[in-house]
Design a protein around this ligand. Structure first.
Ligand code: DGY
Length: 418
């Protein structure tokens, strides 16, 4: 274990750019939103001050409307597409124009709870609280315009699970012509068979150009998007973040922020429950354009265990995850083997990711499902021992896939070894 820990620290140091980390050299040469927030947990083991800086750097690029963008382009690099000119967001430091899962509230609370330097943690949190609160408000105002308690993603990149089977049906309604010709760069750094397809990239780019043509005006994007999907995982992460931010705000004497975030979570939880499918033993995504549930057996339906959902749901999810070990060597796959769309090596259509393992294990632990949580941690450590600090792994063979020397994989290893 100590060798793994040293190795993980080395990956973090290698990808540290002073005030932020890059997910990995070449493939992702900028700061990514949820990568950074989860990476801060690992950084704190090295240096608490540096961990807070990671999140603060991200929030220094908050939009005036409250959104935290999914990429901050701190320094130019030509190894990534789509770069700042394609996004055209007109920010002082260029950023993308979409967001990512709202893990910051969870990360801030976890850093605060564990802080050795409590006075510093309290000061840093007090400054971050109103910014995270404004981001949460942004979600419910802009992505839930009819107040149903659930927010929609408008681009698969917002979910972080870019090419999940969950989006196939909704993405098929996005045009794939009429945008500028482009050259992908991701396939220079990673095996194309591990990455999204050209058809998916075409739809991704159509959406980017469509939103850019609307001036990235978030009051217009939701209704104007042909892609509006309610992802249970994305909503659950936001609910957990609201719950954690409320507790943190309460501890720091910020009563209004505490009340507001707690109210958002309380309204969202019953709405999330309407996505539960007894037949699938998981939550399902809903296409807001057609108002239909999406029948896809993906990890997006298991991740809600990260939120304070009912114990019976947690137990069903624990049993499901346990059952996957009968057919796979490593858990938790991003899509269930033996169901439509599963591909063991293609990004979010089957491979195991340590960040989703971490969130599922954390939720199961909170629900006292300790044996399954421990089993997920064991799988995660077996994968890095066998295959190093990859971006993701084949759930059958444990083979390393995508990028290498990966920051958040290292951060999660530090977490699993605590
Ligand atoms: C990519 O470029 O693959 C990223 O996942 C988008 O955020």
């Amino acid at each position: 274990p100590s060798q793994a820990l040293e190795h993980a620290f080395a990956v973090l140091r290698e990808n540290d750019r002073g005030t932020y980390t890059v997910p990995t050299k070449g493939l992702y040469p900028f700061q990514w939103n949820w990568d950074s927030c989860l990476t801060a947990l690992g950084l704190a083991e090295l240096d608490e001050d540096r961990a807070w800086t990671e999140i603060e750097t991200l929030f220094a690029h908050q939009w005036p409307d409250g959104m935290i963008p999914h990429i901050v382009f701190h320094v130019p690099s030509d190894t990534y597409f789509p770069g700042p000119n394609v996004w055209g967001t007109n920010r002082p430091t260029p950023t993308s124009g979409i967001t990512q899962p709202a893990v910051a509230g969870f990360a801030a609370k976890r850093l605060f709870d564990r802080a050795k330097d409590k006075a510093m943690a309290a000061a840093r949190c007090r400054a971050l609280l109103p910014k995270i609160d404004a981001w949460h408000r942004w979600f419910y105002e802009n992505r839930d315009p009819h107040g149903e308690g659930l927010v929609a993603i408008l681009h698969p990149w917002e979910a972080g699970r870019d090419n999940s089977v969950d989006w196939d049906e909704a993405l098929a309604q996005v045009p794939t012509t009429g945008f500028a010709p482009y050259t992908r760069r991701d396939t220079d750094h990673a095996n194309p068979a591990h990455r999204p397809t050209k058809a998916q990239y075409d739809a991704y780019m159509w959406l980017v150009e469509h939103f850019r043509a609307l001036g990235w005006d978030n009051s217009r994007l939701h209704d104007a998007s042909p892609f509006q999907v309610i992802d249970p995982a994305f909503n659950a992460i936001l609910i957990r973040a609201c719950t954690d931010l409320a507790a943190l705000a309460d501890e720091l004497g910020e009563a209004e922020i505490a009340a507001r975030n707690s109210a958002w979570a309380q309204r969202a939880l019953p709405a999330l429950d309407t996505l539960w499918s007894a037949e699938s033993g998981r939550y399902l995504a809903r296409n807001r354009v057609t108002d239909k549930l999406i029948d896809s057996q993906s990890i997006g339906g298991l991740l809600p265990v990260f939120a304070p959902i009912p114990a019976a749901r947690c137990h069903a999810i624990a049993e499901h995850v346990q059952g996957l070990l009968k057919v796979l060597n490593y858990i938790v796959p991003s899509h269930d083997i033996g169901t439509a769309g599963f591909e063991p090596q293609r990004y979010w259509r089957g491979p195991v990711w340590l960040v989703t393992n971490y969130m599922i294990a954390d939720g199961l632990r909170n629900a006292s499902e300790l044996a399954v949580a421990d089993r997920i941690a064991r799988s995660s450590l077996e994968l890095i021992t066998k295959s190093g600090f990859a971006e993701y792994y084949d759930p059958k063979t444990g083979e390393p896939l995508g990028g290498g020397r990966f920051t958040w994989t290292a951060a999660m290893v530090i977490e699993f070894l605590r």
